[in-house]
Design a protein around this ligand. Structure first.
Ligand SMILES: [Zn+2]
Length: 132
């Protein structure tokens, strides 16, 4: 959360135009002075750059819009996947104890799996071998 708060404060050159129903356009210019613009939908947690949908963390465009609303909490726009509650849930199950590998039963499957034969691919001198 600290990283997101810091990222939201350090945004320079982001121009936010609010739209209806917690949507917005955010625009700016790249270093080469070409313009960019993204659309944000806070209700559905979407940005046209797709980073928010992909990671569950608001992208810089979304952060700039969330920061424009005084009554919104950034925490409400981070996927619950990142919550302490979900972390605890992931480890709530019991992990059984395990003996050393030498104590494990050796199953007889009737064949042995060997590692793949590595050959140097044509035109790739000096690199590691590759699978053929
Ligand atoms: Zn974005």
């Amino acid at each position: 959360m600290k990283q997101l708060h810091d990222a939201g404060r350090g945004l320079v050159g982001y121009v936010v135009h609010k739209g209806p129903d917690h949507t917005a356009e955010v625009s700016g210019v790249h270093k080469d002075l070409t313009p960019w613009r993204h659309t944000i939908d806070l209700v559905n947690r979407e940005c046209s750059c797709k980073k928010w949908q992909l990671t569950g963390l608001p992208c810089t465009h979304a952060l700039s819009v969330i920061g424009c609303f005084r009554n919104l909490k950034l925490e409400d726009y981070v996927d619950s996947y990142y919550s302490v509650e979900k972390f605890k849930t992931a480890y709530v199950g019991k992990i059984p104890t395990l003996t050393d590998k030498t104590e494990w039963e050796q199953p007889e499957v009737g064949y042995k799996v060997w590692p793949p034969i590595l050959k140097r691919a044509a035109g790739s001198q000096g690199q590691e071998g590759s699978l053929e």
